[in-house]
Design a protein around this ligand. Structure first.
Ligand SMILES: Cc1cc2nc3c(=O)[nH]c(=O)nc-3n(C[C@H](O)[C@H](O)[C@H](O)COP(=O)(O)O)c2cc1C
Length: 329
């Protein structure tokens, strides 16, 4: 019988399948269900930097609050958000009492400003690790890539000074030199990098001439981007890799492990198929390992990474030469 246990961010996982940050990981009851269904760990729904900053500014605002002026309404608004913060801390404390699998808190952030004090509160509440969902779209033409990239390093420095629990960084692929950026990030104090986040993306409603959102959930067609980059970076960087986006079945889970992922995050597939899908995916992994004679995850993890491949060029090919040659277009 295959042994699925593995390590991610120095944490012992009973298997490499992590339920990623989402509405599925936002309550004690839902997280207990995910544990029952077999999840190796969970990443809590993110708290946003803006929410933390509102609490930070609350002391000043509290003094100025006055029902008769507009600031009262601001006050009212931040009060609701401040309650979100208390709720988040309580969620961590309660979840830690109720489940045995690792609980990774998540902060959605775009700067390395004062909010970082909150990382310590998360640690004190008992979280096993923190995932920083750091993303801003580099759209400002006046900024250099170095200026944009500096924020990520400032962020890691700032948070790492305050906590001793492992910190991971969830990033996008919007970097001008992605491989070098991932490598350099891995040489900081981060314990893991999540490749990649999936974003809200705009679409156009051409009848009503409105900007609308595209599919919130991924499909299995979204797998190749993260699969390629996990395979390229695995075995070459100084921290763990968690694969995210487009993992919809056991086969995709196996592919990410073969590519070299230390853990694999799943979200959309569970929205689409229900949380029992965790068991189906893990069963597929187990059956495949038995069939291939693998006793542990370490027996095959990274064996199809670019570093171990006898055809490394296959990962870098981006033009459809073969298809252009063969297909009638
Ligand atoms: C409804 C929903 C809510 C999400 N909320 C968060 C969030 O709060 N923080 C975060 O880092 N990612 C969030 N994500 C992104 C997921 O964690 C994940 O990175 C993304 O969905 C790609 O994985 P998938 O293909 O398995 O869905 C959310 C995704 C969905 C679908």
């Amino acid at each position: 019988m295959a042994n699925l246990t593995t390590k991610y961010l120095g944490l012992e996982l009973r298997n490499p399948l992590i339920v990623g940050s989402s509405g599925l990981t936002n309550s004690v009851e839902d997280i207990k269900d995910l544990e029952r269904k077999g999840a190796g760990a969970i990443v809590l729904k993110s708290i946003f930097e803006e929410e933390i900053m509102l609490e930070f500014k609350s002391v000043i605002k509290e003094v100025e609050a006055d029902e008769n002026n507009l600031e009262y309404y601001d006050y009212f608004d931040y009060k609701i958000k401040a309650d979100n913060i208390k709720r988040y801390i309580k969620l961590i404390e309660d979840v830690k009492k109720e489940v045995n699998i690792p609980v990774i808190a998540s902060i959605n952030c775009v700067t390395a400003q004062e909010w970082t004090f909150f990382a310590k509160k998360i640690q004190d509440a008992g979280a096993d690790a923190i995932e920083l969902n750091a993303f801003f779209l580099p759209t400002d033409c006046s900024k250099t890539s170095q200026e944009n990239e500096k924020i990520y390093f400032d962020l890691i420095n700032s948070v790492s000074k305050l906590v001793t629990i492992p910190v991971s960084l969830k990033i996008s692929y919007y970097f001008s030199n992605l491989a070098r950026m991932i490598k350099t990030l891995s040489e900081t104090t981060v314990s893991g990098i999540v490749l990649f986040n999936r974003f809200y993306s705009p679409d156009f409603d051409i009848d009503n001439k409105k900007v609308i959102s595209t599919h919130v959930l991924s499909s299995e067609n979204d797998l190749p981007i993260s699969l390629r980059w996990v395979a390229i970076m695995a075995e070459r960087i100084n921290c763990d890799i968690s694969a995210s986006t487009g993992v919809h079945d056991g086969k995709a889970l196996i592919k990410q492990l073969l590519a070299g992922a230390d853990s694999v995050q799943v979200v959309s597939a569970l929205y689409k198929n229900g949380t029992s899908h965790i068991g189906t995916m893990l069963k597929e992994l187990e059956v495949w390992m038995d069939k291939n004679g693998y006793k542990t995850i370490a027996d095959f993890k990274g064996s199809m990474s670019q570093a171990k491949s006898n055809n490394p060029a296959a990962f870098e090919r981006v033009q459809f030469m073969k298809y252009f040659g063969e297909m009638k277009l």
